[in-house]
Design a protein around this ligand. Structure first.
Ligand code: AMP
Ligand code: MN
Ligand code: MN
Ligand code: MN
Length: 282
């Protein structure tokens, strides 16, 4: 079925915890009928540097994007950046820091699991991640394969969620710093899936003073009331609206979500225009 949406603004590839390569994802998006797609891997833009060297699916507009992992008042907050420069020195420096920190944290998670008698090694984890930065889904895949969990979700619930034996913290990176990094690199920043981060939407309001440009309103984790709440909030505060499937290709519901979440051409143009204005006028 062809998608009714113009763009999917939230997807992952093998450059983070997704299962498809950047070029496979582009082909998939073109086949679905999208006119534009944002690849938003966790904490890196390697997919965009890879694609810049090769061919891009005909008729598809590729939006340079990233999903930055941040921490705010003890809560994990994800910030989406669009239209930033994948070659900017500050971005490359942050990628390096984040990657090194994920290696340290991966080692800690392995140590925690080994102490609990789970037979996993850092070498296996590094192999699972390949050239991507190490993420918890990589470790979850190993736990499933070795029979320590029934599936991905079970691996998180049993071992990898905050408070579970295998969990270890990443070094904190604030939303303010993420917004500033994205701005320096010429992009616009939006708060990803606020409904997933905040059970109490009132807690979200403090984020609005940190200089963000928009809110991801359309996301599989938002049910109707949540979606309408954030839609109204974005309109009231003159913020951009975005949305996407958060496609990883690793979960049963990913294929169903792909093509079912996204934004219209008007919403896409508003994001693009804001980014162009920022480049021109700072
Ligand atoms: P990390 O950035 O290494 O902490 O890993 C976070 C990623 O794990 C998220 O981007 C999701 O893709 C995935 N994730 C988080 N919670 C779950 C869950 N309960 N089940 C499956 N995947 C999850
Ligand atoms: Mn992910
Ligand atoms: Mn996220
Ligand atoms: Mn995501």
């Amino acid at each position: 079925m062809v998608t009714p949406y113009y763009a999917d603004m939230h997807t992952h590839t093998t450059c983070s915890d997704g299962l498809r390569s950047p070029s496979e994802l582009l082909d998939k998006a073109a086949a679905k009928g999208f006119k534009a797609i944002a690849i938003t891997d966790h904490d890196n833009m390697e997919a965009h540097r890879i694609l810049a060297k090769g061919q891009v699916s005909a008729g598809l507009f590729l939006v340079p994007g990233i999903e930055l992992s941040c921490s705010e008042n003890g809560r994990e907050v994800h910030i989406l950046g669009y239209f930033l420069n994948a070659e900017h020195a500050d971005l490359l420096a942050h990628e390096h820091t984040a990657r090194t920190d994920r290696e340290r944290r991966g080692q800690e998670m392995i140590n925690n699991l080994r102490r609990a008698g789970v037979d996993v090694s850092y070498a296996e984890l590094a192999e699972q991640a390949g050239s991507a930065p190490i993420t918890r889904p990589h470790l979850a895949a190993i736990l499933v394969r070795k029979g320590h969990a029934r599936n991905m979700a079970d691996a998180f619930t049993k071992w990898l969620e905050k408070g579970r034996i295998g969990y270890a913290e990443r070094t904190k990176f604030s939303v303010r710093d993420a917004v500033s990094l994205i701005r320096t690199c010429g992009g616009v920043s939006l708060i990803a899936h606020p409904g997933r981060t905040y059970q109490d939407p009132r807690l979200f309001l403090s984020l609005l003073s940190l200089g963000i440009d928009g809110i991801e309103v359309f996301h599989p984790s938002h049910w109707n009331v949540t979606r309408e709440y954030y839609r109204m909030l974005a309109i009231q505060h003159h913020l951009l609206l975005s949305g996407g499937s958060d496609y990883h290709g690793s979960r049963e519901y990913d294929e169903q979500n792909f093509g079912t979440y996204g934004i219209s051409e008007e919403q896409f143009d508003a994001i693009h225009t804001k980014a162009v204005q920022r480049r021109l006028h700072g």
